[in-house]
Design a protein around this ligand. Sequence first.
Ligand code: PEP
Length: 255
Amino acid sequence: MNKALRTPVIAGNWKMNNTPDETKALIAEMKPLVAGADCKVVLCVPYIDLYAALEAAAGSDIEIGAENCHWAEKGAFTGEVSAKMLKAAGVPYVIIGHSERRQYFGETDITVRNRVRAALNEGLKIILCVGEMLAERKADMTAEIVSAQTEVALSGVTAEEMKNIIIAYEPVWAIGTGETATPEQAQEVCGMIRALIARLYNSEVADATVIQYGGSMNEKNAAELLAKPDIDGGLIGGASLVAEKFAVIVEAAGK
Ligand code: PEP
């Protein structure tokens, strides 16, 4: 399928930034800048900011997501939030398996898979993050690591459910470091992920799946990355906290 037939998705990951009031102010600033965008625009914000974000984005082209969700519907999991709670709150998107969750909070391929299942059961749209560490890239293990992460996370996911999955390829060495993968490096892995999806499902599913790149994507390098045939958008951390920078990336995705 021609890349032009997939709608690009530009998603911001605000991480642990912004109070509810700051959330409202930043979304108010972004709204006119991304109005009429030729791509989907999603902002994933801390749990505490979700209601403020939903309120601020209402009636605009911006959709809201959470940065994680638990695999259980409810129970004794202090500090966690379930997919069911996100659904009930009116949150359409959720990031699962971000490398910061994997690195700092003990997230494994299995817990990522369980969270994916819970989010799918609630009909949420998932931004599923995969990506290799620097040492793994240096050891020439990128394809092996990314394939394993993707395959485990998608185990039990049906072809129909793949409509609710976006895959974000995020090399860990490029996240928050200012060091971006070259467009060729990013394309190589995104193309490999699409080929894997074709093997796991079929070419129709692979052609329809949105695959993002993430890792120091910014207003300067976005256009070149987004021009690659298998890069259908971006997951953006730092640059999504500055309205003008984020708007330039959104604009680049629509071209
Ligand atoms: C991210 O948080 O997913 C990310 C890609 O961050 P940054 O753009 O800051 O590297």
